[in-house]
Design a protein around this ligand. Structure first.
Ligand SMILES: [Zn+2]
Length: 125
C-alpha cells in the first residue's frame, strides 16, 4: 500500500481490519444504558449520546495503523447494542468518511460485553 496518497477511496476491503482500544474509564462513561421510552426493543440500549462518537473517533485516530486513513473525518451513522447476543455482536456501529475525496466506509464491532475494568478492544473493518 502506498502511503503518499492522501485521499483514499473505499471499500475498506483494501485494508486489513484493525483493533482500536478504549480505556475502561472512558468506556464506563459511554457504556450502553437502557432507554425504555423507545418502543422498539432493538433501540432500547444506547451508548451515551454524542459522547460515544467522540471516544470512538479519538481511539480511531490514536490506533489506526494506516497513514492514509488517519485523516478520515469519521461520521457515525448508526449503532446497535444487543445485550446478550446469541449470534452477532454486542455492539456494532457504522461510519463514513465525510471528506469529499474519500468514500471510505467503516464498521466498528464489539463481540461481547466488556469485562469490568478491562481495556475495550473494538474491531474496525
Ligand atoms: Zn477518509
Amino acid at each position: 500500500m502506498s502511503t503518499n496518497i492522501l485521499a483514499v477511496d473505499g471499500p475498506f476491503s483494501k485494508f486489513k481490519p484493525f483493533i482500536i482500544k478504549v480505556a475502561w474509564i472512558e468506556w464506563d462513561e459511554i457504556k450502553p444504558t437502557k432507554n425504555t421510552k423507545n418502543v422498539a426493543t432493538q433501540y432500547q440500549w444506547r451508548m451515551k449520546k454524542n459522547a460515544w462518537t467522540n471516544v470512538f473517533i479519538h481511539a480511531f485516530i490514536e490506533h489506526c495503523p494506516y497513514k492514509t486513513l488517519k485523516g478520515c473525518k469519521i461520521s457515525f451513522q448508526r449503532h446497535k447494542v444487543v445485550m446478550e447476543p446469541v449470534i452477532g455482536n454486542f455492539m456494532s456501529a457504522q461510519a463514513v468518511c465525510t471528506r469529499n475525496s474519500c468514500s471510505m466506509k467503516y464498521k466498528f464491532a464489539l463481540k461481547r460485553k466488556p469485562q469490568c475494568n478491562a481495556e475495550v478492544s473494538i474491531l474496525v473493518e
